[in-house]
Design a protein around this ligand. Sequence first.
Ligand SMILES: Nc1nc2c(ncn2[C@@H]2O[C@H](COP(=O)(O)OP(=O)(O)OP(=O)(O)O)[C@@H](O)[C@H]2O)c(=O)[nH]1
Ligand SMILES: [Mg+2]
Length: 249
Amino acid sequence: MTELLPPARVLIVLPTYNEAENVGPLTEALYGLGVAGLQVLVVDDQSPDGTSQKARELRARFPGLRLIERSGPPGRGLAGKDGFLYALERPEIEAVVEMDADFSHQPRHVPQLLAALRHSDVAIGSRRAAGGRDRDRSLARRALTFLANAYARVLLGLPVLDTNSGFRAYTRKALEAIEPATLRSTGPSIVHEVLYRVARADLKVAEVPIEFLDRKAGASKLTLARLAAGYFWILKLLADRLRRRKKKK
Ligand SMILES: Nc1nc2c(ncn2[C@@H]2O[C@H](COP(=O)(O)OP(=O)(O)OP(=O)(O)O)[C@@H](O)[C@H]2O)c(=O)[nH]1
Ligand SMILES: [Mg+2]
């Protein structure tokens, strides 16, 4: 049977690892937004908790839902990259939103991010823009985010208040300029690598204030090793920045 679905225009990329409890309610909330041509893409890394099985079951209710079941090395960065490449292969997709699948990024902010794309190339869901909030999490967790953000902003000279945010919307033009095929970071630091490319390509960035919540179900995947890898990645990007500066002189 051919599916009678509106053509996908806005792709929501959800990287998932052990989000079986969240993927259903989140998919429902996203399709409930009433955004025309919205399509959800779950990019799962063989989660042992059966996230992809859940996503497959959800297709009975949401036939537009797509699922990439990744094999090979896992990672938040690799999953995000696959989502971007999926969008670029489909010319009907005009905008891409990436967001965490744990309800830290609330669906209600999606229309605000999309609205900001009317006058910008990239819209960032920002805890640090006026009106933004990050008060729900422990002080230690917020302090960690604060330090990582300051480190990335200063070393990479990024003109963005919330560089760590993985809640973003991109126009197709922005995605093309980012050249996802050559992104190299495998983990969460993809957010910095992408932002670094956004700045280099002189894309117009808008920061949309969001209320960031602590995850409601499931466990965090942030480990000390991942955190350290993220800090190291920023140093690699800094080396690239300095090399380019030298060449320019
Ligand atoms: N596909 C895939 N997704 C991942 C992987 N690691 C994390 N994710 C997803 O990326 C998003 C962010 O991961 P979280 O574990 O919430 O990490 P975090 O938001 O930095 O940490 P918390 O604030 O403690 O939740 C979530 O949707 C995860 O399911 C991975 O290896 N592969
Ligand atoms: Mg999270």
